[in-house]
Design a binder for this molecule. Structure first.
Ligand SMILES: [Fe+2]
Ligand SMILES: [Fe+2]
Length: 145
């Protein structure tokens, strides 16, 4: 299994592809929104249970900032989900949600990944990937669609 930072980056790429599809293909909106609802909260929960938990004591300020971004993304997702799928407000809301999420991914792939590589040894990064996958699966089971 790859180490946790690779798994996180793969999830980010999957979510970026979902947004590309949501922006370009109105036919698959319904199903892609369900996928987003399943993937994104599970991804954030699994990060909090693994990488953030391990880094929190070492770099509290950076992790506090990332947790705050998670709260903002969760709120943005909740707002987005209240917008009718076929209404005029939907596409601007999607673009805005994507902006919030991409900004958070940039924080992680930049600052947080550098800190993880500096403060956690490679063995830990590999061990955490299994826990990360397990937490994601647990979270996915809790999602009601
Ligand atoms: Fe995150
Ligand atoms: Fe992430």
């Amino acid at each position: 299994m790859p180490h946790i930072l690779e798994l996180i980056r793969d999830d980010h790429d999957l979510i970026r592809n979902l947004f590309d599809e949501l922006e370009s293909n109105p036919e698959t909106r319904d199903v892609r929104c369900i996928t987003l609802r399943r993937e994104l909260p599970g991804h954030m929960y699994a990060e909090e249970a693994t990488l953030y938990a391990y880094l929190r004591d070492r770099v509290p300020e950076e992790i506090r900032r990332s947790l705050e971004e998670h709260s903002q993304v969760r709120e943005a997702l909740a707002r987005f989900e209240r917008i009718p799928l076929r209404g005029d407000a939907w596409m601007p809301a999607l673009v805005s949600l994507r902006g919030d999420i991409e900004a958070h991914f940039a924080t992680e792939e930049g600052d947080v990944f550098v800190l993880a590589e500096r403060h956690l040894d490679t063995g830990v990064l590999f061990e955490l990937s299994e826990i990360f996958q397990g937490e994601k699966q647990k979270a996915a089971k809790l999602v009601v669609v």
